[in-house]
Ligand binder design. Structure first.
Ligand SMILES: C[S@@+](CC[C@H](N)C(=O)[O-])C[C@H]1O[C@@H](n2cnc3c(N)ncnc32)[C@H](O)[C@@H]1O
Length: 283
């Protein structure tokens, strides 16, 4: 049985997690100043430099808690706010390199045309300007992709995994060719459903953590999401028999996380820590 921990608190400090004890980080951080998550959080910081400084703290913590040789995967995109486009993915690359990570890949998550990248400031509707004004200088393309930035801490020692463990996690080659043979992955964004209609505004689709967990961990290992939101990573880790740890700053999302991950009553495999005033107590 896999074990799952949710900490309601600020992931700039992940003191509950021991050094080198996590085998994969998968996350989608709050983009700069575009979504309302209900309370003060890193996404509501309105100075870009201060936002980036906060992310530096989070990813230094991710480096500390990851085991040597393991991956940190970040779903993020540029953000358009007013007249400015913020190149957040590029800045993340420098932040993670400074934290000690090697930059390994940039997977493009391509969304079906017409869906648009709402997370980056309503940028799915930009082409409409040219339709209304079919003249030069009115061109703004719709944004239909996001990044999944892939970083690694040190080098993985393949000798640490037995052939038996490898066989248990064998990846179907037909599926891999269809879904992951190159660095453009086509995935449909999460549509509004019972979890986010009035609750969580920016979930990623389950197939995003599902792919990364299957490609970068073995069963019984631990996946951490510092920005847990509605609990997608917890749900998928549980389905794939991996342990999980998630941080979420907004207590109001806890019932959504519990419902989504299927932990609605007391369960010895599900632990919640709610930090109060910097202190910690168990639920
Ligand atoms: C893009 S959402 C993540 C959504 C998630 N991937 C899902 O599928 O539901 C980012 C989340 O980070 C949370 N957050 C923002 N600042 C935080 C912080 N300092 N510590 C922990 N969580 C934070 C927000 O409340 C929001 O729920």
């Amino acid at each position: 049985m896999s074990k799952h921990l949710v900490v309601i608190g600020d992931c700039r400090n992940m003191a509950e997690v021991e050094d080198g004890s996590v085998q994969l980080v998968v996350t989608s951080p709050p983009y700069f100043n575009v979504k309302d998550y209900g309370i003060d959080n890193i996404g509501s910081i309105d100075e870009y430099d201060v936002y980036l400084r906060a992310m530096r703290q989070v990813f230094s913590e991710c480096y500390r808690i990851l085991e040597d040789g393991r991956y940190c995967c970040i779903n993020v995109s540029d953000v358009i706010s007013g007249e400015s486009k913020y190149p957040i993915p590029s800045h993340y690359v420098s932040i993670l390199q400074r934290a000690g990570f090697a930059y390994r890949d940039d997977i493009v998550w391509k969304k079906p045309s017409g869906v648009g990248a709402k997370a980056s400031g309503g940028s799915g509707k930009r082409f409409g300007t040219l339709i209304q004004n079919p003249f030069p200088m009115y061109y703004y393309p719709n944004n239909i992709y996001e990044h999944i930035l892939i970083f690694r801490k040190g080098k993985f020692d393949f000798k640490t995994v037995s052939m038996q463990e490898k066989e248990k996690a064998r990846i179907d080659i037909g599926e891999a060719k269809r879904r992951w043979s190159n660095d453009i992955w086509e995935m449909v964004p999460e549509i509004k459903n019972k979890y986010n209609r009035d609750t969580h505004p920016a979930m990623f689709p389950e197939e995003l953590p599902e792919a990364l967990i299957r490609l970068y961990t073995y069963p019984d290992e631990t996946v951490l999401d510092p920005f847990l939101g509605s609990g997608t990573t917890t749900k998928v880790a549980r389905q794939l028999e991996r342990n999980s740890i998630g941080y979420e700053i907004n207590l109001a999302y806890l019932p959504i996380i519990e419902e989504k991950a299927g932990f609605e009553g007391p369960d010895p495999d599900f632990r919640v820590i709610i930090r109060q005033n910097g202190d910690m107590h168990e639920d």
